[in-house]
Design a protein around this ligand. Structure first.
Ligand code: CA
Length: 229
């Protein structure tokens, strides 16, 4: 997480968005916003927020539908989501709903309470957020900028290969099964074939070993993969 996490507010009440923007910015957050469900997914993919504040009742897609889409999409499934619901607006059911929200807040809410919830969700989502970089061997990853450098040369990775590398570097030397990597990268709810892992490992290897460097990913027969320790 950067020092100024980006919060995407998806809310059709512009007066509430204005209030949230003012208060969140004074707490050091950056704020982006959209007013309807239809634009929400594009905004999430484009802005890559650290957290989404998502109104339940929206024109276009509902907050619940958006939340499910966020969780299904491999590019967004790890983005923390806090649902905003109006009192009496099925708020009791939110807790039981399996839409994948990390928390929910019932309107009208106190801004300080909301900010406390945001802080808690961000801390849960990024337990290792104190570290700003990872380094194993001649590879370093800047966790804020997502910049990957091997042996002084910048390595360009797709988002899935980046997450895969980061996961490997957080577990150096450990044999990670395809099932483990599937769940770590895409979550439990998504059904993706195991060989998809092999495809992304192959791409990651190609990018990392572009200049004929030593292969840092070891294939462990019938078990999975291990990253050099
Ligand atoms: Ca609304």
């Amino acid at each position: 997480m950067t020092d100024h996490p980006l919060i995407l507010v998806i809310e059709d009440e512009t007066s509430l968005t204005t209030l949230l923007r003012y208060n969140l910015e004074s707490e050091g957050f950056r704020v982006a916003s959209v007013e309807n469900g239809t634009d929400a997914m594009a905004a999430i993919a484009g802005a890559k927020p650290d957290l989404v504040l998502l109104d339940w009742m929206l024109p276009g897609l509902s907050g619940i539908e958006i939340c499910r889409k966020i969780r299904r999409d491999p590019e967004t499934h790890e983005v923390p989501v806090i649902l905003l619901t109006a009192r009496g607006e099925e708020s009791d059911r939110v807790r039981g709903l399996d839409c994948g929200a990390d928390d929910y807040v019932v309107k009208p809410f106190g801004v300080s309470e909301l900010i406390a919830r945001i802080g808690a969700v961000l801390r849960r989502a990024r337990p290792g957020s104190d570290a700003s970089a990872l380094g194993v061997g001649d590879i370093t990853v800047d966790l804020a900028s997502h910049r990957v450098v091997r042996n002084g040369r910048e390595v360009h990775l797709g988002p899935t290969e980046y997450r895969l590398l980061r996961h490997f570097m957080e577990h150096p030397g450990r044999v990670l099964s395809r099932d483990h990597l599937l769940e770590a990268l895409w979550g439990r709810a998504v059904h993706i074939e195991r060989r998809t892992v092999d495809v992304h490992v192959r791409r990651l290897r190609q990018a990392l070993n572009d200049k004929g460097e030593e292969d840092v990913i070891r294939t462990v027969r019938s078990a999975g993969y291990a990253f050099a320790d």
